[in-house]
Design a protein around this ligand. Structure first.
Ligand SMILES: *[C@@H]1O[C@H](CO)[C@@H](O)[C@H](O)[C@H]1NC(C)=O
Length: 183
């Protein structure tokens, strides 16, 4: 009787494991090889960018903060100097909304900040929406290091399921059954 429940929950748990393994939140990181694509910085598409500053950020920041985001096909939008301490931009625990123009893109899959200055700044998240792109939110939740592109890049995983197959297999085989234990 009891072994049936165990076996059933074992197989129910495998799909759950797959879902869990695929929704692992990527950690933001700096990307020294990231470069701005200057050629295509004019465009006629409009994006709404909502940046939330963490409640554990500095109370305000006078740093110079820029943002670059784009799709998996080389279309990139650059939003220089979003900072403006005189209007309270990027104050602790606040949300700022920007309208940014750039080339039209497919699904946005990366967002990188560039920060220069001495105050420091810790964003919670950045949400980008546009005409051809579903709203996407990148969580940062850490202080942005100075003078480097720093953010989240999901492009390879979004376009080709580019995840280490061993890790993937491991998650399928073990995360699911592990859950079975708790069901
Ligand atoms: C860094 O940026 C480059 C150029 O945009 C990109 O090809 C690469 O995948 C990025 N690296 C990481 C770790 O996201």
């Amino acid at each position: 009787m009891e072994w049936k429940i165990i076996v059933t929950s074992f197989f129910l748990a495998i799909p759950l494991g797959i879902v869990m393994a695929n929704s692992v939140v990527p950690q933001p990181q700096s990307n020294a090889s990231f470069t701005l694509n200057y050629i295509e910085n004019v465009g006629s598409c409009s994006f709404t960018v909502v940046i939330t500053t963490s409640c554990s950020s500095t109370s305000y920041t006078r740093d110079q903060i820029s943002l670059a985001f784009g799709d998996a096909y080389g279309n990139q939008v650059y939003a220089p100097r979003l900072d403006d301490p005189s209007t309270g931009t990027f104050e602790r625990c606040s949300s700022d909304t920007f309208q940014v123009k750039g080339p039209c893109t497919y699904q946005i899959c990366y967002a990188y900040f560039y920060r220069s200055g001495y105050d420091g700044w810790k964003p919670e998240s950045v949400t980008i929406s546009g005409y051809n792109t579903r709203a996407v939110t990148f969580f940062i939740r850490t202080f942005i290091p100075a003078d480097t592109w720093y953010g989240v890049n999901l492009c390879s995983s979004a376009s080709s399921g580019h995840q280490n197959p061993v890790i993937k297999w491991f998650s399928y085989a073990f995360v699911g059954p592990l859950f079975a234990v708790f069901l």
